[in-house]
Write a protein that binds this ligand. Structure first.
Ligand code: FAD
Ligand code: NAG
Ligand code: NAG
Ligand code: NAG
Length: 620
């Protein structure tokens, strides 16, 4: 219990957003001379596999450092030439805090007091970690093998970070990286901002391609639609590395200001994992997922070709890139989205703590149940609600009324406040109004932190579940809290309050999201370097207790691939429902060999990460 509480405290702090998401300078790449002459592999690599047996099952595994089929130093040097010298030996972010880095190419002296002080001070900063070439902001899946430390004699190993990375600045660098990974049969990871909750932007023994430098932005008024599409309105075209904050600032500077669908966190990328998982945010009631607003992608496929994907050209790939799963079909290099009028908007913050319920945990949960019972009505009225449950306490920051006056919003929230008063609970609220939704967004959506370690799960609750089984849903939430989970809720229905239903089938997200009223994230704190038994226990808590309870209480719901447990039972149906079979067909067409990989994406059934998540293998 104590450790859970400790973990809980750190996640609680994270949720309170004490660490800033402000912009920090880009950190220079670590220069080393490890690349040349020290490679261990002997084989030429091409088409070779590493054979392994684990728990009595025979596997063929992608080549990893130390394997005979791992490319030798000459081959890496050749790759470096084809990518104009942008290949680097990878080092974990906090390597400068350690005397020795015990890497796959041998030991290296790495201690540097000034750099260590810098990384230690900035480790909780999102933007600092985003700018690092391979960092994973949620550290669990990195293995936490080399966190900042004051003790330089501690051990620092590579953990689950990639072995090499390409700091790509041109499409050719990405193409050459894909070809090299394919020809040499090595694991390939695409890394944009590193925000991933599921560890999909890190990967043991991999070659990483970093897309962060693709920062182009074009904003224009009249889209020329592809055959099969009719939209001719304003749009924004962004490079693969553009973050929401940059695009939003550019759009808000227009006269009149415009806006696009992004996540609730402004530092997440908008052309990488977000759109490929779907991408929900405060405008999702009105405009659907970010994927619903996509007009075109430029992408590099598994055979290294640069292609256009829109409603008229490569329409199957276009559909799959819209919510069909990150790092599964192609590498996006550029994405084009619709933009929208940005209306005056209002917000209410609401807090209920144990102090508001006279210390009664039962009354607090009764208040949460009452709050939750409003989700169908609020979502139907177009509200977006972001809330956190921990402690226990309920922190709703904020309830958003896009295009609503303070009076309109207040009329929607007042019935809940009356209910709370009638049941004997007090609360704290504050209301505010803004000339645009974006002004609200930047004022009220709080910066988030980085560097925490946890397992992430979650389940989305359907309207029917709240109406038919609402008491059981909240009972499952309480049980999740009792099991040590922190919860983050997002009340919306994807396009339910604005987007015509004829648009819904145009993206690959699970159709069930159109009837969802609350998308919950569950977080179970656990250190990435905890003993294997402790990590396994945390995974069981998440899968078999926390999320299992939510799944049972909300059987009409589904699961959001970017914020969920990839090891949940029947993830195929949970993530994509009736779209799954078609996504597998498209995956086989565009990446039949499995050049790309992200856990629990379409068609990955034969693949697993064996020996404690290391070698990426398929059953032989
Ligand atoms: C603090 C926080 C808040 C969040 N809020 C929201 C939210 O409001 N709404 C929401 O929908 N999600 C939200 N998310 C989840 C978010 O959608 C995922 O973390 C998403 O994967 C981030 O994508 P990225 O490209 O920025 O990150 P990365 O970690 O770099 O990449 C994520 C995945 O996408 C793949 N990928 C990245 N770039 C490309 C590319 N160009 N081509 C092909 N594959 C690529 C990676 O290989 C990896 O599998 C949030 C996450 C965090 C950490
Ligand atoms: C790739 O080439 C650049 C430029 O010559 C060099 O700085 C870098 O160390 C090389 N990378 C590797 C892995 O050898
Ligand atoms: C690397 O350093 C560690 C710790 O000092 C030591 O145990 C190990 O033997 C060294 N490995 C090599 C290959 O020198
Ligand atoms: C309501 O939740 C309970 C508890 O999880 C579950 O057993 C039951 O099947 C659910 N009923 C409906 C109608 O969803």
């Amino acid at each position: 219990m104590k450790t859970q509480l400790l973990g809980f405290v750190s996640v609680g702090l994270l949720l309170a957003r004490t660490a800033a998401c402000q912009l920090a300078p880009v950190v220079d790449d670590e220069e080393t001379d490890l690349g040349a002459g020290k490679g261990k592999g002997k084989g030429k690599g091409k088409g070779k596999w590493t054979e392994k047996t684990s728990n009595g099952v025979n596997y063929q595994c992608k080549c990893a450092p130390g394997d005979e089929c791992w490319p030798d130093a000459n081959q890496w040097q050749k790759l470096n030439q084809t990518v104009a010298g942008s290949l680097r030996v990878n080092l974990p972010p906090a390597v400068s805090c350690y005397n020795t880095f015990q890497g796959p190419l041998g030991n290296l002296s790495t201690y540097d007091a000034a750099k260590c002080a810098e990384v230690t001070a900035n480790f909780p900063s999102e933007q600092y970690q985003i700018n690092l070439p391979t960092a994973g902001l949620w550290t669990y899946f990195t293995g936490d093998t080399c966190r900042p430390t004051a003790n330089p004699t501690d051990t620092c190993t590579l953990g689950y970070y990639g072995a090499y990375y390409i700091a790509a600045t041109t499409e050719k660098h990405i193409q050459e990286g894909i070809k090299f990974a394919k020809e040499n049969n090595i694991r390939l990871v695409i890394r944009n901002t590193g925000h991933d909750f599921l560890g999909r932007s890190v990967g043991w023994g991999s070659l990483v391609i970093n897309t962060h430098s693709f920062q182009s932005i074009k904003i224009a008024d009249a889209w020329k639609p592809a055959p099969g599409s009719t939209y001719t309105g304003p749009y924004i075209t962004v490079g693969a590395g553009v973050q929401a904050i940059t695009a939003l600032q550019r759009l808000s500077a227009l006269s009149p200001p415009r806006v696009m669908v992004t996540g609730e966190c402004a530092t997440v990328g908008i052309a990488g994992g977000l759109v490929q998982g779907g991408g929900h945010g405060p405008l999702t009631n009105q405009q659907g997922f970010l994927a619903d607003t996509a007009l075109e992608f430029k992408a590099i496929t598994a055979d290294g070709k640069l292609v256009t994907a829109n409603a008229g050209t490569n329409a199957d790939l276009f559909w799959a890139l819209r919510g069909g799963g990150p790092a599964a079909f192609a590498v996006i290099v550029e994405a084009t989205y619709k933009t929208f009028v940005d209306p005056p908007s209002s917000a209410v913050n609401l807090d209920i703590t144990l102090a508001n319920t006279g210390g009664s945990v039962d009354l607090l949960w009764a208040a949460i149940a009452k709050f939750h019972s409003y989700s169908p009505a609020w979502v139907a009225a177009g509200l977006y609600v972001y809330y956190e449950i921990f402690g226990p306490s309920l922190r709703v920051h904020p309830i958003v009324g896009v295009g609503k006056t303070p009076a309109e919003l207040s009329a929607l929230v007042a019935p809940l406040l009356a209910d709370l008063a009638a049941m004997g609970a007090t609360y704290t609220t504050s209301a505010s109004t803004y000339p645009t939704f974006q002004a609200l967004y930047f004022a009220l959506f709080e910066p988030e932190g980085a560097g925490n370690s946890a397992l992430t799960g979650g389940w989305s609750v359907a309207r029917a579940d709240v109406l038919n089984n609402g008491t059981a849903v909240v009972r499952a939430m309480r049980a999740a809290g009792d099991a040590g989970a922190v919860m983050v809720g997002h009340m919306w229905s994807a396009g339910g309050a604005g987007l015509p239903a004829s648009e819904w089938a145009k993206s690959a997200v699970n159709p069930r999201f159109r009837d969802v009223v609350d998308k919950l994230i569950t977080i179970v704190p656990v250190a990435g370097n905890a003993p294997a038994a402790e990590r396994a226990a945390a995974q069981r808590t998440l899968t078999d207790v926390v999320d299992a309870g939510l799944r049972a209480a909300a059987p009409e719901g589904c699961s959001y691939v970017n914020e969920a447990d990839p090891f949940q039972p029947d993830w195929q149906t949970a993530f994509w429902g009736t779209n799954y079979a078609e996504l597998v067909r498209i995956r086989k067409k565009w990446d039949g060999e499995g050049v790309f990989y992200a856990v629990s994406t379409p068609g990955t059934e034969a693949w697993s990460q064996i020996e404690d998540g290391k070698w990426l293998c398929k059953k032989a």
